[in-house]
Design a protein around this ligand. Structure first.
Ligand code: DX5
Ligand code: ZN
Length: 233
């Protein structure tokens, strides 16, 4: 597939949600060493999503264990009262859900004002058009390919078409297109061909539970995506 603009770099972002929480620092160091580009941090509040994970203090504790980008995915509502805490905890990207409140534009302005990269995530039932009026305020779009709240769910295939729609909308802008949920080597190629450049993976990275397994798992996703992008591996 030809692209009329320079593709964004290929990024693999392991989701710490699938790691062993009893040794978070060690797990962060392991995926860093195994080839992660970003560390994806899933924050859940038991209100916007039906699960609770961790907050800024736990992220702060992970921060000294890697220099890689901390890619925070806030599945919380409201989000505005907590943005500063996540910025101070060391998050580099702060992504909020378009569905999480009535003032998405304000939330994105607030993230940018904190000096962080701003992302918008859209649930499986939310159309790509939800980002149309915030394109000037975002650095990243996170397309959910599962209903947020839990790792280990089956990939929802309609995300592929939605990624194509998002790519058409952001074309030419310096905006990463990230996909999250059920991502594994078997779908990474189709997702890359549709326009995703950043791949979040929890179960598909942490299965095996060893550094060697993480290396193999990350490489498998990277190779599938790179192949579809026509890049040498
Ligand atoms: C789901 C989270 C995902 C999740 C991905 O709400 O946003 O990041 O941890 O896990 P897998 O790759 O197992 O679907
Ligand atoms: Zn996530």
């Amino acid at each position: 597939m030809t692209q009329s603009f320079t593709p964004r770099p290929l990024v693999i972002a392991p989701s710490i949600l699938a790691s062993d929480f009893s040794k978070l620092g060690e797990e962060v160091r392991a995926v860093d060493q195994a080839g992660a580009d970003w560390i994806h941090l899933d924050v859940m509040d038991g209100h916007f999503v039906p699960n609770i994970s961790y907050g800024p203090d736990v992220i702060k504790a992970m921060r000294p264990h890697t220099k890689k980008i901390f890619d925070a995915h806030l599945m919380i509502s409201p989000c505005d009262p907590y943005l500063e805490a996540f910025a101070k905890a060391g998050c580099d990207h702060i992504t909020v859900h378009a569905e999480a409140g009535p003032h998405l534009h304000r939330s994105l302005q607030a993230i940018r004002a904190l000096g962080k990269k701003a992302g918008v995530s859209i649930n499986p039932a939310t159309p790509a058009s939800a980002i149309e009026y915030v394109l000037d305020l975002i650095d990243l779009v996170l397309v959910m390919s599962v209903n947020p709240g839990f790792g280990g769910q089956a990939f929802i295939r309609s995300a592929i078409g939605k990624i194509s729609d998002v790519r058409a909308m952001v074309a030419g802008r310096p905006i990463d297109i990230e996909v999250d949920g059920g991502v594994a080597p078997d779908v990474a190629g189709q997702l890359a061909a549709a326009g995703a450049n950043a791949f979040v993976a929890g179960s598909a990275v942490f299965k095996g539970g060893t550094l060697e397994a993480y290396k193999t798992n990350i490489a498998a996703i990277r190779n599938a995506a790179a192949d579809a992008r026509g890049e040498a591996i």
